[in-house]
Design a binder for this molecule. Structure first.
Ligand code: GDP
Length: 299
């Protein structure tokens, strides 16, 4: 929580400084509410949530003096209200063997790192884990996954750069099934600049996985980089349509985060948020808590 708070405090400081400058020793009026709505929207919270917050403030407090602390409390409560329904732990104990998790997302958003962190968590819980280096396009991605595999004691299925990702997924499913592995984590490519090709590849990977198990992949996790702001909404839309995203992981909330976008995404899509990334280290993956996140945003 401390790392999340530190990370988000940079973006939320614009928000809390704004709130402090608007609500200092003045009676609540329409122009203050308008200013507040603007800074909430600039913080990427989304129009609906911004309006819910200003509506609640105008209700009963209009023309009365109101402190920045009261405004922040309302902000925190309303954000928590939006995030609570989506704060869902990832459940890998659904009787599937292997439980197949497909990790999707734009390059650089933290897919491979999140797989490494998850692998560590699951190994520590006593589960056997296999990793599939499905980003066959980039040699660095394959190498990075190998390192994570060594570090976390997970077997890594990889092929040469340029190999067919669907073929690799097929092999990984076969190996994981034969070896009785508990969880198979499959990495994928995320070259959004070549969208049509990437989307075809993802669809093919999913088709091949289903040949082994029609219910798989059991989870399709989308990694979103918290520093990208509004762009994350498009990514949810695109990967949701192509890959049937079942849950989200928001990464880089330790940096110059603009985590407000998670609130807009939760309000619009209602997709479960399973984890947040708060650093590059193996232990820097935390279960998502609506309350902690809301508190961090409200400063
Ligand atoms: P991929 O291309 O989606 O597989 O992304 P990577 O896993 O390679 O991550 C891209 C970069 O982001 C790497 O330098 C990671 O160390 C870094 N990264 C991933 N998650 C986090 C996080 O939660 N916080 C920070 N600060 N960096 C992260």
């Amino acid at each position: 929580f401390q790392k999340l708070k530190r990370g988000l405090s940079r973006s939320s400081s614009a928000l809390t400084d704004g709130i402090t400058s608007i609500f200092t020793k003045r009676k609540l009026d329409a122009s203050m509410l308008e200013e507040l709505e603007d800074i909430l929207i600039q913080a990427d919270l989304g129009v609906d949530t911004a309006m819910a917050i200003t509506d609640r403030l105008s209700d009963g407090r209009y023309n009365k003096e109101i402190s920045p602390e009261e405004v922040r409390a309302v902000l925190s409560e309303e954000v928590e209200k939006v995030l609570t329904p989506v704060a869902e732990p990832l459940n890998l104990d659904r009787g599937k063997k292997p439980h197949v998790v497909l990790m999707v997302g734009v390059n650089g958003t933290g897919k491979t790192t999140t797989i490494g962190k998850l692998s560590q968590k699951l190994s520590a819980e006593g589960k056997t884990v296999m990793l599939a280096a499905g980003d066959t396009f980039r040699a660095a991605a394959v190498e990075q996954l190998r390192i994570w595999g060594e570090r976390t004691g997970a077997e890594v299925i990889a092929r040469d750069t340029g190999a067919d990702a669907a073929g690799l997924a097929f092999d990984a499913m076969k190996e994981a099934t034969e070896k009785g592995v508990d969880v198979l984590l499959i990495d994928t490519a995320g070259r959004l600049q070549n969208k049509a090709e990437l989307m075809e590849e993802l669809k093919k990977v999913i088709r091949v996985i289903k040949k082994h198990d029609p219910d798989a992949p059991h989870d399709v996790l989308l990694t979103l980089d918290a520093t990208t702001g509004q762009n994350a909404l498009n990514q949810v839309e695109i990967f949701g349509n192509v890959a049937g995203v079942t849950g989200l992981v928001m990464t880089k909330l330790d940096g110059t985060a603009r985590g407000g976008i998670l609130v807009a995404i939760a309000a619009k899509y209602g997709l479960p948020v399973h984890f947040i990334g708060v650093g590059e280290g193996v232990g820097d993956l935390e279960p998502f808590s609506a309350k902690d996140f809301a508190n961090a945003i409200a400063g």
